[in-house]
Write a protein that binds this ligand. Structure first.
Ligand code: IPD
Ligand code: CA
Ligand code: CA
Length: 265
């Protein structure tokens, strides 16, 4: 295993343990609002600090892009961190959230870790070396048609300007599949597609830390990741569609006719 992946795993596990310990006093946490429907607690900040400390102990020269504290340093290696993906679930006692850490080298995602502390599920990937859940190799599903498929999606709760367009994409996809989940953790949605638990997923307006690790997991599990025009700018524009090869194309074909020009950029 690559030494950087090893540190990422150690950091994700210790943040996960901190999140689990804080469950005992979740109702007393001070919660602040970062933006429309966007909240943060001390647990997000403490988990993030725990991860940053673990990275800086081994790699003090590397740069870090973390959700709650922004960009630290300037280096060709950047650690992209979501200390708690699924904050709303966590704050409501809805048991579905994770820690996500990706390592980018010269602008390319090279390693990714997603850790679900409640189920003790560790998803890992390194470019060219495959994706794993704990010790098991991951593959995306083999389904060829949307019919019978189980997808996930995210609602654009921060972006009222996209509500109408999003609902049209939903209306286009929903009648074709067996069902659609909205789990509240984009990183776990991506990990679940890599693990073959979901057939595909799409969401508008993700941040880099929501998707970096999960996108690599999917590619390494044999799946396809793109933005809404089938390109690879999802890391920058935050609009993402994933699935195995045929289903990725079918989801894309279903949603693109309903997108505004802004979402096609
Ligand atoms: C959020 C979750 C959610 C997605 C949002 C993200 P957070 O991340 O991943 O599923 O729909 O777009 O912001 O705020 O819980 O880290
Ligand atoms: Ca997130
Ligand atoms: Ca978060």
């Amino acid at each position: 295993m690559h030494p950087m992946l090893n540190i990422a795993i150690r950091a994700a596990r210790s943040a996960g343990n901190l999140i689990i310990r804080s469950l005992q006093h979740v109702e007393h946490l001070e919660v602040t609002t970062k933006g429309r429907n966007d909240f943060v607690s001390d647990v997000d900040r403490l988990a993030e600090q725990e991860i940053i400390n673990a990275i800086q102990k081994s790699y003090p020269e590397h740069a870090i892009l973390a959700e709650e504290s922004g960009l630290h340093g300037d280096n060709e290696v950047v650690w992209v961190i979501d200390p708690l993906d699924g904050t709303k679930n966590f704050l409501h006692g809805f048991p579905h959230y994770c820690v996500s850490i990706a390592i980018m080298v010269k602008g390319k995602i090279e390693h990714g870790v997603i850790y679900d502390p409640l189920r003790d599920e560790l998803f890992t990937a390194s470019r060219g070396a495959g994706a794993k859940l704990n010790d098991r190799r991951l593959r995306v599903t083999k389904r060829k048609e949307l019919e019978g498929g189980l997808l996930a999606t995210g609602f654009p709760f921060k972006y009222p300007q996209h509500f109408a367009s999003y609902l049209q994409t939903f209306n286009a996809v929903f009648p074709q599949v067996a069902d659609i989940r909205r789990t509240g953790s984009a990183a776990l949605d991506l990990a679940y597609v890599a693990a073959g638990r979901l057939d595909g997923y799409w969401e508008i307006g993700l941040e880099k830390w929501d998707l970096a690790a999960g996108a690599l997991l999917i590619e390494e599990a044999g799946g396809v990741v793109s933005d809404f025009v089938g390109g690879d700018d999802y890391y920058n524009n935050g609009n993402i569609v994933v699935g195995n090869l045929p289903l990725h194309q079918q989801i894309l074909d279903s949603i693109t006719p309903h997108l505004t020009d802004e979402l096609k950029k």
